[in-house]
Design a protein around this ligand. Structure first.
Ligand code: TXA
Ligand code: MG
Length: 327
């Protein structure tokens, strides 16, 4: 951790663990360091970065909050931080435009991971950290996965173990609202709609407006190199005998004859504990990566139940298969 802090202070980028996915970190106030993050990931500068802080109070260093907005934010913070919830709020001018892609808002979060928190506190500056994958590719949930994505391009990967949420944070743009606070859901994640509704009204941005409202929420994302399709019922799918197939399964072998129906060359179960969504979330990117590396010609994924955290998992599956659908 001391080496990571030294490198960050020197304007270098390092990969750090969070509870969701690994992040590629840089001092958010150092524009040259932030530029390296975009370069290493191969990410367009139109896709803004999340800023991480180590203590709740630091939110006032990065965000410009009216007393009314601050009241709403404090409620969210006391309920969900530290944790996988990112808040999009009006930014302070200290945050370089490069971080926010010129938006007047900044996305901020306080990770639950002790390593990320300790480093943010030690740095005492906000840390910009997008997921530590190459642009559009599968997000890394272990240090090994970061090495596969970015090895050779960065000076340090801090191994903090496997991520225990497994999918990226929920992102909301927070507004005071007329009657109740309004939360515009820009990315679904581990903090689900039902939990947020206890504090305010959750609004899903309309598709047309999505590009301005949620920059970087691209249709194709998290994609394996192997062609991938999502099938509601993989048992109904007719395979090409010339090709080999890998199955990303949620229901597993529970259903009679299900796994054996086609001679799947590889099977990864999302929830060996049987139908548990948090377990499926933790395993999602790991299982996808395993299938991608297994050498099968095609990956077939089965969607999970569209409830609670299932919404976020299905969102990732849909985006991961978007590239194949378009071809
Ligand atoms: O769990 C996470 O959030 C992980 C870990 C490392 O913290 N980070 C992460 O960052 O997923 P990234 O860069 O892969 O995704 C951040 C997304 C951007 O693609 C963009 O869609 C959105 O956050 N975002 C960032 N700033 C924004 C802003 N000012 N307004 C709207 N959306 C923003
Ligand atoms: Mg990402």
């Amino acid at each position: 951790m001391a080496i990571a802090v030294t490198k960050l202070k020197a304007g270098e980028v390092v990969a750090l663990p969070t509870e969701t996915v690994y992040g590629l970190a840089a001092n958010a106030l150092d524009e040259a360091a932030v530029a390296k993050v975009f370069e290493v990931k191969g990410r367009p500068t139109t896709d803004p970065l999340i800023v991480h802080i180590g203590r709740n109070e630091q939110i006032h260093d990065v965000c410009d909050l009216s007393p009314e907005l601050d009241e709403v934010v404090q409620k969210l913070i006391s309920e969900f931080w530290p944790g996988p919830l990112t808040l999009v709020l009006p930014k302070k001018s200290i945050i370089p435009d490069l971080v926010t892609s010129g938006q007047p808002t900044v996305a901020v979060r306080l990770s639950e991971h002790p390593v990320m928190r300790a480093i943010c506190c030690e740095m005492n500056t906000p840390i910009a950290a997008p997921s530590a994958n190459r642009f559009g590719c599968i997000s890394p949930t272990s240090a090994t996965a970061v090495e596969k994505e970015l090895g050779g391009r960065i000076g340090l990967i801090l191994d903090g173990g496997a991520c225990n949420a497994g999918i990226e944070s929920t992102i909301i743009r927070v507004e005071v609202g007329e009657k109740r606070p309004e939360f515009h859901l820009l990315r679904s994640g581990p903090i689900v709609k039902e939990e947020l509704q206890k504090i305010g009204k959750v609004i899903r941005p309309k598709k047309v407006r999505n590009a301005e409202e949620a920059p970087g929420q691209l249709e194709s994302h998290y994609a394996p190199e192997t062609p991938m399709y999502v099938f509601e019922k993989p048992e109904d799918f007719v395979p090409d005998p010339e090709l080999s197939y890998g199955l990303l399964s949620y229901r597993g072998s529970e259903k009679e004859g299900y796994i054996n129906l086609h001679d799947w060359d590889e099977v990864e179960e999302l929830s060996p504990g049987k139908g548990k969504l948090p377990e499926a979330a933790v395993r999602l990117f790991y299982a996808l990566r395993q299938l991608d590396e297994s050498g099968v010609d095609v990956i077939i994924a089965e969607p999970v139940a569209e409830a609670g955290m299932g919404v976020a998992i299905n969102d990732r599956l849909r985006r991961a298969s978007a590239k194949t659908r378009k071809q």
